[in-house]
Design a protein around this ligand. Structure first.
Ligand code: NAD
Length: 504
């Protein structure tokens, strides 16, 4: 008889406590490798969200007024606790997201880069000072935290994205509310316990679980000063437009449809290896996953597709608990159905199915949401799949005749998160990096995801608003600059009122 799975009732984390949901509405949390319900997550009402915001607002001034070096001490302890509890974190992330252990470990390490950057907050908070700007006046600018800020995160990086969205916000003195993805809420709740153990005062870190109703309260509540959103493009656009309407600072990062251009002079075997990892890793559920390989010239394309076909046929799809798994399931039944539909549609529209993941036989895990690695050749710009972000292992080959055509085709796309080129020709690489209209560009690297201390964001439909995730821009996004002009003199003679605009 199959072992019964115990279903946990999850909570929120408000004012330093695990708090039960009051709405009575819960969503199921699944283990995507087995299809089993492993937990129920409460969906917060607007009222519950508003109460959490009020608690954060009350906690903010004391945290703002603590010396930045003292705040950083908490961040350092938090970092230490993440590394000490890495096995438990891996277990939670893999269970609720379906990632392989190796992939989840990579995500935690990349998440720690954002924590490391936040440890440098004192440096990033420094202002500017000018003496004697006029009439014994000194002028300086200083960065102040905003107050209550909110982060809304996607399912595909249960820890890396929330850490990137929030570590700096906490370090520079804000009170942060995380609305984690309702598909992977257990990681966020575990992280809450680590913040508490690290000594973060109650109310500075909050997790409100939920979906649209909770998000709308964060967008509309006047006490929330800034919103950092990461997720799909239609929701990113909605968040940006609504948050801006309510007067908030908003950065909303959306989806990606990332291309890898292959020049005829590239080492094709090396390119094939780079593509497979970057394209199918995490079951292609990465905003920076390579969606499309774009060989230049028929000869390059034919050679490449032949090598890819063979290598892709050997990939192992399975649960993270199985030895040698290359990638796991997609996040949900609905997601799996959408991916299969996109493959069917591409085939109907004339694509050649080189590797067919629709037929994957997962006898041992028949209820898991597995899709096999799929490669679709001869994709044209007229087909639906050319623009569609398929968040699963269905990848495309778009054949082009020249580098100029590759650049034109890529620049015509709505999503512009990441792109990369493989070549040994410096002039081609330079032309590409100059003319391509995409936020993150690689040359001979499979996934051009910047390290945590560089800014991260796409262009066009991949980002709404001006901010970045990761990098020093985080310190700017989560602070406001005040410019102060000061004059301290011994008054010997009174000055008269002047009505002209002040100048030297
Ligand atoms: P999603 O847009 O469905 O959800 C993201 C967040 O928005 C979740 O917290 C969800 O609860 C909330 N949400 C969903 N629908 C909402 C609505 N109607 N109103 C208000 N809030 C709503 O995204 P997802 O499926 O969780 O994540 C995958 C997507 O995120 C992909 O498109 C991927 O490319 C993108 N992503 C982008 C980046 C990036 O840096 N650009 C990074 C990771 C993921």
């Amino acid at each position: 008889m199959a072992e019964a799975v115990s279903v946990k009732k999850l909570t929120h984390f408000i004012n330093g406590q695990l708090v039960e949901g009051k709405s009575g509405n819960y969503a199921n949390v699944y283990n995507p490798s087995t299809g089993e319900v492993i937990a129920e997550v409460p969906l917060a009402t607007a009222e519950e969200t508003s109460e959490a915001i009020a608690a954060a607002e009350a906690a903010f001034p004391a945290w703002r007024d603590i010396a930045v070096a003292k705040r950083v001490e908490v961040i350092i302890r938090f970092r230490q606790l993440i590394t000490e509890n890495i096995d438990q974190l891996l277990n939670i992330i893999c269970t609720e997201s379906g990632k392989t252990l190796e992939d989840a470990r990579g995500e935690i390490i990349r998440g720690l880069e954002s924590v490391d950057l936040a440890i440098g907050a004192p440096h990033l908070m420094k202002g500017e000072y000018s003496v004697n700007v006029g009439g014994q006046i000194n002028s300086y600018s200083a960065k102040y935290p905003l107050g209550v800020v909110a982060a809304i995160s996607p399912f595909n990086f249960p820890i890396m994205v929330p850490l990137a969205q929030t570590s700096m916000a906490v370090a520079v003195g804000n009170a942060v509310i995380l609305k984690a993805s309702e598909k992977v809420p257990m990681t966020a709740l575990f992280v809450s316990e680590l913040w508490k153990k690290a000594g973060l005062p109650d109310g500075i870190w909050t997790v409100v679980n939920g979906s649209k109703e909770a998000v709308n309260e964060l967008l509309e509540n006047p006490s929330v000063q800034a919103i950092s959103f990461v997720g799909s493009t239609p929701i990113a656009k909605y968040i940006y437009e609504t948050g801006s309407k309510y007067g908030k600072r908003v950065t909303a990062l959306g989806g990606g449809k990332n291309n890898m251009v292959v020049m005829p002079d590239a080492d094709i075997e090396q390119v094939a290896n780079a593509f497979i990892g970057a394209a199918y890793g995490a079951a292609s559920q990465r905003c920076m996953a390579i969606s499309t390989i774009m060989p230049v010239g028929e000869e390059t394309a034919n050679k490449l597709v032949a090598i890819l076909k063979e290598k892709i046929s050997k990939l192992k799809v399975g649960s993270y608990t199985e030895e040698g798994t290359d990638f796991g399931p997609v996040i949900s039944k609905e997601s799996k159905e959408g991916i299969l539909k996109a493959i069917d549609r591409a085939e109907q529209q004339g694509a050649t199915v080189v590797n067919d993941g629709r037929t994957l036989n997962m006898a041992e895990n028949s209820n898991g949401y597995f899709v096999g690695p799929t490669l679709l050749d001869n994709i044209t710009t007229e087909m639906d799949i050319f623009e569609l972000e398929v968040f699963g292992p269905a990848r495309n080959v778009v054949r082009v005749a020249s580098l100029a055509e590759a650049i034109a085709v890529i620049n015509s796309q709505e999503l512009a998160n990441g792109v990369t080129i493989f070549t040994n020709d410096g002039a081609a690489a330079r032309k590409f990096t100059t003319e391509i209209d995409v936020g993150m560009v690689g040359v001979n690297v499979p996934i051009p995801i910047p390290v945590g201390y560089h800014n991260f964001a796409g262009f066009k439909g991949s980002r709404f608003g001006e901010g970045h995730m990761f990098g020093p821009d985080q310190a700017r996004f989560y602070t406001k600059t005040k410019t102060i002009s000061e004059r301290w003199i011994e008054v010997t003679e009174k000055t008269e009122s002047t009505f002209a605009f002040p100048s030297n």
